[in-house]
Design a binder for this molecule. Structure first.
Ligand SMILES: NC(=O)c1ccc[n+]([C@@H]2O[C@H](COP(=O)([O-])OP(=O)(O)OC[C@H]3O[C@@H](n4cnc5c(N)ncnc54)[C@H](OP(=O)(O)O)[C@@H]3O)[C@@H](O)[C@H]2O)c1
Length: 319
């Protein structure tokens, strides 16, 4: 093989250093707070950005910043190789696709890649992916794990799923949204699975935290006084997370050296009693106790809390 001269190598290196990828055109459909933040980030990164929203007024600021208005969903899809959808739910995505189809007069939809950043459950997301496949439109799904204000900054975290080659193809464009873009696998419902599992953790934790502030308040303990202790408790949950996950995946449920489920149930019992005494609704805690007690009645009281995840993943629990 002929040796590359040092001049050729240097020229190649110079090209690598000086050739910046030209930002490709992008369309954003859906201009709620999140859609507007996404479109603004694409504009800020230099992408020619086309926008469409059911209510036109929400595009005003973006148009002033240089975005282009599309006359309808079909024009919006036809304007770019990448179309980001950011709507309230899957039904709104269907409604937008229906409008594009109605306008297309039986012709195929434009060959844009749909990047659907609308939050939906895994099942509904897979249905949308199947629908896109029927129209022969490439489809990636994404779940945005950060608030609109974080878009375009290092704090952005978006989980994607769908064909890996499609993600690789558009990775540079999606980088305009900032932070981390994480591809989780080819099943289009995978990002949505992570999304609902993590939001379940988040919202039950926030509700539990508010519940605890309410209980403390009934005993004249201000939220700010409880807060540092609550923070330590939340940190304990964070610290226990990897170990519990490892036990679940390894099928190791022995309660030796940890709290047994019998002990967890007794603890929840006295918390329920304290809530009732303080006239704070106890249904939330009773629901947690109901789950634990169902597993206890299956004879698993000496197991660790890791058993709850395993049990709930295959048993139907009613209480
Ligand atoms: N906001 C955040 O911080 C945040 C964070 C993470 C994830 N997300 C996700 O991002 C998505 C968008 O959220 P968002 O906060 O921007 O606002 P949103 O209130 O969830 O969605 C508003 C958008 O949906 C459109 N829409 C609703 N029904 C429609 C229909 N039938 N046909 C066509 N368009 C319809 C609205 O159009 P009109 O303007 O015409 O009503 C608007 O563009 C959601 O799935 C949300 O869960 C948001």
């Amino acid at each position: 093989m002929a040796q590359e001269s040092s001049t050729t190598r240097a020229r190649t290196r110079m090209r690598t250093l000086t050739t910046k990828p030209v930002p490709v055109p992008v369309t954003v459909i859906g201009l709620g707070p999140m859609g507007r933040a996404l479109a603004a980030a694409f504009l800020a990164a230099g992408h020619p950005t086309t926008v469409w929203n059911r209510t036109r007024g929400k595009a005003d600021e973006l148009l002033a910043k240089g975005a282009t208005w599309a006359d309808g969903p079909l024009d919006a899809l036809g304007a770019s190789d990448v179309t980001v959808l950011c709507l309230i739910d899957g039904n709104a995505v269907d409604a937008v696709l229906d409008r594009a189809l109605a306008a297309s007069d039986g012709r195929p939809l434009p060959a844009t890649t749909l990047v659907n950043l609308t939050s939906e459950g895994p099942g509904r997301t897979r249905e949308l992916a199947t629908r896109a496949e029927e129209f022969e439109v490439p489809y990636l799904d994404g779940s945005i794990m950060t608030p609109a204000a974080a878009i375009g900054t290092e704090a952005t975290r978006i989980l994607y799923s769908g064909p890996a080659d499609l993600f690789d193809l558009h990775r540079a464009t999606l980088a305009a949204l900032g932070g981390s873009a994480i591809h989780l696998g080819v099943d289009p419902g995978r990002a949505a699975t992570f999304d609902v599992a993590l939001l379940n953790l988040f919202w039950t934790s926030i509700t539990g935290l508010m519940h605890s502030f309410a209980l403390a308040a009934r005993h004249q303990v201000p939220a700010t006084e409880l807060a540092p202790h609550a923070r330590q408790m939340a940190q304990l949950v964070a610290d226990l997370t990897p170990g519990l996950a490892a036990r679940i995946d390894a099928g190791q449920f022995s309660g030796e050296g940890t709290s047994s489920l019998t002990s967890v149930s007794a603890s929840l019992e006295h918390i329920v009693h304290a809530l009732e005494e303080a006239d704070v609704p106890s249904a939330f805690t009773l629901a947690a106790k109901g789950v634990v007690d169902t597993v206890l009645s299956a004879g698993l009281g000496t197991d660790s809390p890791a058993r709850l995840a395993e049990f709930l993943s295959h048993e139907r629990v009613e209480f």
